[in-house]
Ligand binder design. Structure first.
Ligand code: GLN
Ligand code: ZN
Length: 768
């Protein structure tokens, strides 16, 4: 029999119950016991659902109160020394302290959180394990065993899932030594966990080894063999499977197939070419788990295509050596379509979230085990939807398709090079040297949020809401005039989110009520869904920009979100290359840029904070991505006259390896986050001379601390060692929407003062 299998289920609960529980616990509103029973009820619901849906291999230990890598650090006792003073706290509080940092001024404790970083190329973030040179691991938690037993008590024999030892080491950080030296000690703890799981009655165990997709060198190959030889020795009669996902294993595939394990999971959505190779190379003792249902995107599967892949595998391996699965853990999709009553029914029919994907896996498996007749109706219904989607009028907009095809190289070019534009712009705006500006948003106050909520629930009329927004914008403009900023912004009060705001006004997008996915800890995001050709029916921001500009003689920047960021922070259609979708969004933004310019807005900023995070996992794919991403930005912005000044903004440092592409975007001015790693950014500019104007952030807006003007003077002077004074702008790191006015007021005032000091110093004769 082929096995219907799942790799992991979302743990936030269908209505983000976990978020509410965890945040309630942090706020002291609920007790640990209550939070723990909430966790249990989410796990139970997930297990029961999967069991009922026909999944045979049901994961456990895929639940987490914060992050599964942090759980693993705790499991193996990898707790950084700085948390030792917290031994008096409960285990749960120590765990949250690692995730979020800990402050207790009475005790004089201020301990920073562990670092968090992106989980591969998804929008999930994990807590980075930290290792010391002579780290000795020891069993620190029995979570995996406890959760297995919980399910067993319900009569469900789950497959415990653990991050595999090799990926755990690879994804952690340890400076100045070879992390593989820690493997023997780490394996001792893994072996203990494994043998307890076996004692508890586990019959199969899944080790997630996604880090293998980055490539397997000789050293890793040896470590893998060492690890899985040891673990399979402990687990003897138990099936061990290794799960790989997000990419194919490339040239490492064969060595993974030959590890002493029972099963290897391959992501056939990301890399279907692996199947044929695996079918010829898999040793006879090995089963393959086939990731044929996309675990990262929200589209209903084409069941017949997925079924054909599995059937092909069965024709070589037989049914007993095949498992059917989603491509990766379903952590990356929302829980369920139940309750999405406001969705356009046609578009809603094209979607599948975690619960629906589990059902697809079960159906494909049934087709294999019980024959095609047993699923005839379901497959026919699926085919009708898939076929109808291919010709849906909702998706295709001929005008957009035509326009995208007609994009010509000249449309990606400004009329003149930046050196010429700079002169024209200098004559137009008369800005001082080191002009000051901000990144766009000002504090989203409670008053704004309340007005928006009231407007959305129809308790406040549109005109009432807009009155609130206008007065907010006026307040922001007056404040900026008062403190002497040079280029103003309107403050973005009308936007709840920098992607949703645009998605709501573009065609080709839908929004769910409850399509949340975990981003990190208790934070969830609800990405828009791009289902069809993107067009901009009417101007999106012009009205607000015009109003803001009417209040002042100083230039006010028009504010837009760029095509790559809109793309990256949405679920994207999978029926055309993402590059084409990105170009369509770029054309829509281009229309907006043109309209802003026509309306007298002379400075326009197009934010691209997601440019870097869009980089593919494999470096070999970077050049192609960067090339179309840069083209998309240029397409969105190159339609303007030399006089119009185009700005862009990027956050999340580490620009060094893509700095040339950032230069190629040819924005007149870029503002970048840098204050958290000032030196790193400056290094980049020592090696690469950034061609246009640039404002590396002079203070960190992520912290409530108000910076002094002296420290900003120092930051600016440092910057001037690598950046031409003619090109330097002065601005904070990022938008101010998460800050309070009490912080923003003094911080910006100090920033303007700092710019004056540096300006005065630079204008003294003989001083440069
Ligand atoms: N203009 C946006 C703001 O100021 C930019 C946000 C971002 O970079 N993430 O909020
Ligand atoms: Zn930013």
């Amino acid at each position: 029999m082929a096995i219907a299998s799942n790799l992991g289920f979302p743990r936030i609960g269908p209505k983000r119950e976990l978020k509410k529980g965890v945040e309630g616990y942090w706020a002291g509103k609920i007790k640990e016991q209550e939070l723990r029973s909430l966790g249990l009820s989410i796990r139970k619901e997930n297990w029961l659902f999967q069991q009922k849906a026909g999944i045979v291999q049901i994961p456990s230990n895929d639940f987490s109160f914060y992050d599964h890598l942090l759980d693993t650090s705790i499991m193996v006792g990898a707790i950084p020394v700085r948390y030792r003073p917290l031994a008096h706290l409960s285990a749960l509080d120590q765990y949250f302290a690692m995730a979020r940092g800990y402050n207790d001024s009475a005790k004089g404790l201020a301990i920073v959180a562990a670092e968090m970083t992106k989980w591969f190329d998804t929008n999930y973030h994990y807590i980075v394990p930290e290792f010391e040179k002579d780290q000795q691991f020891s069993l620190g938690s029995t979570k995996a065993i406890d959760e297995f037993l919980e399910a067993k008590e319900m009569g469900i024999l789950t497959t415990p899932v653990l991050p595999g030892p090799i990926s755990f080491l690879a994804l952690g950080k340890g400076v100045g030594f070879d992390k593989y030296n820690l493997l023997p000690s780490l394996l001792c703890v893994y072996a203990q966990v494994l043998s307890r799981l076996v004692q508890a009655g586990a019959q199969s165990i899944q080790f997630d080894e996604p880090a293998l997709v980055f490539g397997i060198d000789k050293k890793m190959e040896a470590a893998l063999l060492q690890a899985y030889t040891a673990l399979s020795g402990v687990a003897k009669p138990v099936r061990i499977s290794i799960a790989t996902y997000f990419e194919g294993l490339g040239s490492g595939l064969e060595s993974v197939l030959n590890l002493p394990v029972s099963c290897v999971h391959l992501d056939l959505v990301a890399a279907s070419e692996q199947l044929e190779i695996a079918l010829t190379k898999a040793p006879e003792s090995l089963s393959l788990s086939l990731g044929v249902v996309d675990g990262r995107n929200i589209w209903r599967s084409d069941l017949s295509t997925a079924y054909q892949l599995v059937k092909r595998a069965v024709s070589v391996l037989g049914t007993d050596r095949v498992a059917v699965a989603p491509s990766c853990s379903l952590l990356h999709v929302p829980v369920s379509l139940d309750g999405e009553t406001d969705l356009d029914p046609e578009v809603g029919g094209w979607l599948a979230f975690a619960r629906e994907k589990v059902a697809e896996v079960a159906l494909i498996t049934r087709a294999i085990n019980e024959g095609e007749d047993s699923v005839r109706e379901e497959f026919a219904a699926n085919k009708r939807i898939i076929d109808q989607k291919k010709i849906s009028k909702k998706i295709y907009n001929q005008a957009v398709q035509k326009r995208t095809k007609e994009v010509a190289p000249a449309m990606l070019l400004r009329k003149s090079p930046h050196s010429v534009r700079k002169e024209v712009q200098a004559e137009t705006y008369h800005l001082p040297t080191f002009p000051t500006t901000t990144i766009g948003s000002f504090p989203q106050t409670n008053a704004i949020r309340e007005a928006r909520a009231a407007y959305k629930s129809s308790d406040l009329s549109q005109s009432g809401y807009e009155t609130v927004l206008r007065s907010e914008i006026e307040k922001v403009i007056r404040f900026q005039e008062e403190i002497g900023l040079d280029v103003l912004v309107h403050g973005e009060a009308e936007r709840n989110d920098m992607v949703e705001y645009f998605g709501e006004q573009l065609s080709g997008f839908v929004f769910t009520k409850n399509g949340w996915v975990q981003s990190y800890g208790s934070r969830c995001v609800k990405p828009p869904i791009i289902f069809g050709d993107v067009a901009r029916p009417t101007p999106m921001t012009v009205r607000w920009a015009r109003f803001a500009q009417s209040l002042t003689k100083l230039p006010v920047k028009g504010m837009l979100t760029g095509p790559i960021t809109i793309l990256k922070w949405s679920f994207v259609r999978n029926d055309q290359p993402v590059r084409d979708t990105c170009l369509q969004i770029a054309l829509a933004i281009r229309d907006e840029v043109r309209d802003l310019e026509a309306d007298g807005i002379g400075i326009i900023q197009i934010d691209e904070p997601a440019l870097r995070e869009g980089l593919p996992l494999l470096r070999s794919r970077w050049p192609s991505y960067l090339s179309w991403a840069v083209d998309a930005f240029r397409l969105a912005t190159s339609c303007v006259s030399d006089k119009t000044q185009i700005h862009t903004h990027m956050c999340y440092a580490e620009f060094n390896d893509i700095i040339e592409s950032i230069g190629a975007m040819d924005a007149d001015v870029i503002s970048m986050e840098s204050s958290r790693s000032q030196m790193e950014l400056l290094n980049a500019f020592t090696k690469f001379k950034y061609p246009n104007e640039i404002g590396p952030g002079v203070y960190d807006i992520h912290s409530p601390r108000v910076p002094s003007k002296e420290e900003m003077v120092v930051a600016l002077q440092q910057t001037l060692t690598v950046i031409d004074p003619k090109n330097l702008w002065v601005n904070p790191d990022c938008g101010l929407k998460t800050r309070k006015w009490e912080e923003v007021r003094p911080a910006l005032l100090a920033m303007v003062e700092a710019a004056k000091i540096v300006r005065a110093a630079a204008s003294k004769p003989g001083v440069s």
